[in-house]
Design a protein around this ligand. Structure first.
Ligand SMILES: Nc1ncnc2c1ncn2[C@@H]1O[C@H](COP(=O)(O)OP(=O)(O)OP(=O)(O)O)[C@@H](O)[C@H]1O
Ligand SMILES: [Mg+2]
Length: 369
């Protein structure tokens, strides 16, 4: 049973604050992914939990106990980094067994532990090899095995598969997930790859410039992004964001993106929801994922005429850039649905998939139709 809690963490490097009031509670057995752009403070956060970095303010608690005064080696936490740091002169077996040497385990117990973890990681056949005779994926499996063999309280992984090629990354992603389901240990995993985050995490923690933006399940951060940063950081291709004005049109609402004379039809209930969510009449941005932009080949009720610009064929579907007023909206269509760039097509926004943000604060207004 291991829970980890970060309370009001502040961290400076010189005059630069790299972690700003970070609060996070990680439950026993939870797989948490810290997701954010380069330099947002992911590694620093991880190193602080491990005890490799001090913090300037706040508390780090493991199982409810403050640990700032404990050395790294006394926190019983294992770390795996992007660069595989295996001992080149030792075999795979010796590399995995290494952390157990300092313990009082008998040779038989060490042997049992090494073979067990090697079995779980499917590297039992590689135990006599030296690291130089391993593939990148195998090396990283060994590094993970070495971290897990002593059954640490928690596992911290910093971009552990970032250096592998795309196919191997996919394979290792599945492997890490399987391993977590089997072994179960409280895990903090750092990545800037949102697909990795979505596929592995129980909860994703999105950071930007040292500030936590949102914590939630992959479904939550995708479907209900808390602000414009999260909206555009999670999901590929990214969510369309366009300044928009909302007006009444009889019983309905009309949402026009900047630079467009005509607007998209929305249910009239949008007007009341926006009024309730907005304190001041600050500017609005409409957010819509490419799958929420519906495209028709012929004029249809509620659809606006638009021009297809670039078509990106992605195999199972296409991404089509549509010019709406002065804005470009990306739509996801069936492959080949829009035959050529330059074609006139018709588009509509699915109100159920629309998001509205306050452009001043960047925050979502929480309006869902
Ligand atoms: N030892 C240090 N001294 C001074 N500044 C540092 C130090 N370590 C990190 N920083 C700075 O702190 C900020 C956060 O760095 P950190 O390594 O935590 O980012 P990260 O999110 O892990 O980025 P990446 O995805 O590139 O690994 C960066 O601006 C970085 O330059
Ligand atoms: Mg880092």
């Amino acid at each position: 049973m291991t829970s980890i809690e970060l309370r009001a963490i502040q961290k400076f490097f010189g005059a630069v604050q790299v972690i700003k009031d970070l609060n996070l509670k990680i439950e026993d057995n939870e797989f948490i992914v810290l997701l954010g752009q380069s330099g947002c403070g992911k590694t620093t956060t991880l190193r602080a939990v491990a005890g490799l970095e001090t913090i300037d303010e706040g508390d780090i608690l493991i199982d409810g106990q403050p640990v700032q005064h404990l050395k790294c080696s006394d926190r019983d936490i294992a770390m795996v980094f992007q660069s595989f740091s295996l001992y080149p002169h030792m075999t795979v077996y010796e590399n995995i067994a290494f952390p157990l040497r300092a313990t009082r385990m008998s040779k038989g117990e060490v042997d049992k532990a090494v073979r067990e973890i090697a079995g779980v990681l499917r590297i039992g056949n590689l135990l006599n090899r030296k690291p130089s005779a391993l593939s990148g994926g195998d090396m990283q499996r060994v590094a993970i095995g070495r971290a897990l063999v002593r059954r640490p309280k928690a596992m911290l992984m910093d971009e552990p598969i970032g250096a592998l090629d795309a196919k191997l990354r996919e394979e290792m992603r599945a492997e890490i997930k399987r391993l977590h389901l089997k072994q179960g240990s409280t895990t903090i995993y750092v990545t800037h790859d949102q697909i990795e985050a979505m596929s592995l995490a129980d909860r994703i923690v999105i950071m930007h410039e040292g500030v936590l933006q949102q914590v939630g399940s992959p479904e939550e951060v995708y479907a209900r992004p808390a602000n414009m940063f999260v909206a555009q950081f999670v999901g590929s291709p990214v969510m369309n964001l366009a300044k928009a004005t909302v007006s009444r049109n009889g019983d309905d609402a009309n949402v026009a993106v900047e630079g467009s004379a005509e607007g998209f039809g929305f249910p009239g209930s949008l007007l009341g929801m926006l009024d309730a969510a907005r304190s001041a009449k600050s500017d609005l941005a409409l957010g819509i994922r490419p799958e929420g932009v519906l495209v028709a080949r012929e004029a249809q009720d509620g659809y606006l005429p638009v021009e297809a610009h670039i078509i990106e064929p992605l195999g199972s579907y296409d991404i089509v850039d549509l010019k709406v007023g002065s804005q470009m909206l990306r739509a996801r269509t069936r492959s080949g649905f829009v035959p050529r760039a330059g074609e006139r097509v018709w588009a509509k926004i699915d109100p159920a998939q629309a998001h509205f943000f306050d452009t001043a604060s960047g925050n979502s207004l929480g309006v869902r139709l």
